[in-house]
Write a protein that binds this ligand. Structure first.
Ligand SMILES: [Zn+2]
Length: 100
């Protein structure tokens, strides 16, 4: 026996709509592109992690690519930015280390 994810009313497998609240049940499972609301706080959190740990950001990009494209894009963008900053810092300090 299944239950409606919205209101908890018992539902059968062939039911298209919940009898309790009217929520469309089949679309829930067949639509992978359902627009999941992503909070800005969460995006900023992943952006900061990707910026300081670009490798972690790259891994998170692959993990979120199928489930949450918005976070995946954020991770991808900021991990590249993190890589860029790391390279710039390394090449900026390298001459100073060897001159000494
Ligand atoms: Zn319901």
């Amino acid at each position: 026996m299944n239950y409606c994810p919205n209101c908890g009313t018992k539902i059968t497998k062939n039911q298209d709509f919940c009898l309790g609240c009217g929520k469309a049940l089949k679309n829930n499972y067949s639509l992978p592109n359902s627009n999941i609301e992503t909070s800005d706080d969460l995006k900023i959190f992943y952006a900061i992690i990707s910026l300081f740990f670009p490798i972690v950001g790259a891994i998170m990009y692959y993990l979120f690519k199928k489930t949450n494209l918005e976070i995946a894009k954020t991770c991808n963008m900021f991990s590249w930015l993190g890589f860029l900053i790391m390279f710039l810092l390394i090449f900026w300090w390298l001459p100073f280390i060897f001159v000494k």
